[in-house]
Design a protein around this ligand. Sequence first.
Ligand code: SF4
Length: 214
Amino acid sequence: MKKRWYDYLWIASSVYFLLGFVNILFAWLGLVCFFLPLIISVAGGGKTYCNRYCGRGQLFALLGGRLGLSRKKDPPKFLRSKWFRYGFLIFFFIMFFQMLWNTWLVFEGAQGLHQVVKLLWTIKLPWQWAYHGETVAPWAVQFSFGFYSIMLTSTVLGIITMAFFKPRSWCVYCPMGTMTQLICKAKAGKSVSLARNDAENTCTIQSEQGRRGT
Ligand code: SF4
């Protein structure tokens, strides 16, 4: 099948993480991956972002599929259950708002700048080399560290899940996937079947790739 430009978005995802090593302010670019899936879903595009434009999903497919870094086992049932997906979404939001709160404290001057990246919400990695004392407001820098921590944590979780299960098993409980799914459901309404299964615009319980774990 002929490759399209968006089949190479895994390169953009990889570059994003590399840029975070060079200058933490590049973390702001990750907001595109945060808002774009929601905007596409709200605009009626369903899960087009997941099925076509998600570089991170492509990266897992590449590492686990072509590079063989995945055991390619079905993800366990609990991972696919509603309580886990929604529970993880709530947990994700709590962590996200905590990050915003820390940004606010720096903005207010109540707290100094923490030049660390928090991996898996607990492990503090020194990251000061990626901040060069630019003339940027400290709160903007704090947001960069916090947001990059979230992006890195979700990618590490995705890689662990990819290694143990199918390549795109992270998509089963990815908060962005759950949110776009909820938007799909809300837009489809109860009367409409959720199984709009055209390949480009899947609106099933999770992204098509995620369910298949391909
Ligand atoms: S579920 Fe998440 S990681 Fe998977 S394709 Fe969608 S946005 Fe990307």
